[in-house]
Structure formats: structure tokens, C-alpha cells
Design a protein around this ligand. Structure first.
Ligand SMILES: [Zn+2]
Length: 99
């Protein structure tokens, strides 16, 4: 069982495909039945719940760092990655009224 790529703690049970094929980042399937041709983030049930209620998750695909929720993910600029992506998300990307 692979480990969750977000919390690096629990076993990964879910495939999150924030970059497609859906128009938002709200695409979750079971591992193995994910959509081909789109990046997959392997996550646990806890992280899936967090992402769905608007707690941002940070992950990396092909050396590009992303942060976001089931609503939308954002590419984190290189200069932010080394400082504080969460603070950058709070100030720049956080949807109004989100948790
Ligand atoms: Zn997790």
C-alpha cells in the first residue's frame, strides 16, 4: 500500500486528479481506476476530507509545486516554494469564506 503523498502518514487509498480531467480539482477515484493521461496524487481518506472542505494541500508534479483544494489548485511560483506556500495561498488564492 503506497503512502499518502500529502501527509506522508496514512496509507493512500484515493487517487486525486486535481489537474484534470475535471474542470475543477474535485476529481477523486479509487487507486487503479483513475483517468489515464492526467497526473495522479495518491492520498488518504483524511486528506481527501480536508481537501474537500477547503483545507489546502501542497504537492509536486514534475518539479512544479502546487497548492489548493478540491475547488481549485494553483501553481506555486518558484520564489514562494522556498519560503511559505501556505501563507502565499492564504494571501493570494484563498477563496472568500473558505475554511
Ligand atoms: Zn494523507
Amino acid at each position: 500500500m503506497p503512502q499518502c503523498q500529502i501527509c506522508a502518514c496514512d496509507p493512500a487509498e484515493i487517487a486525486w486528479q486535481p489537474l484534470g480531467p475535471g474542470s475543477d480539482a474535485n476529481t477523486f477515484t479509487t487507486l487503479g481506476s483513475h483517468y489515464r493521461g492526467f497526473p495522479v496524487i495518491k492520498i488518504c481518506f483524511t486528506c481527501q476530507s480536508n481537501i474537500k472542505v477547503g483545507i489546502p494541500a501542497q504537492f509536486t508534479i514534475n518539479d512544479q509545486t502546487f497548492i489548493g483544494t478540491a475547488e481549485k489548485v494553483y501553481e506555486v511560483p518558484k520564489y514562494v516554494v522556498d519560503s511559505d506556500p501556505l501563507l502565499w495561498w492564504e494571501e493570494t488564492c484563498k477563496p472568500k469564506g473558505a475554511a
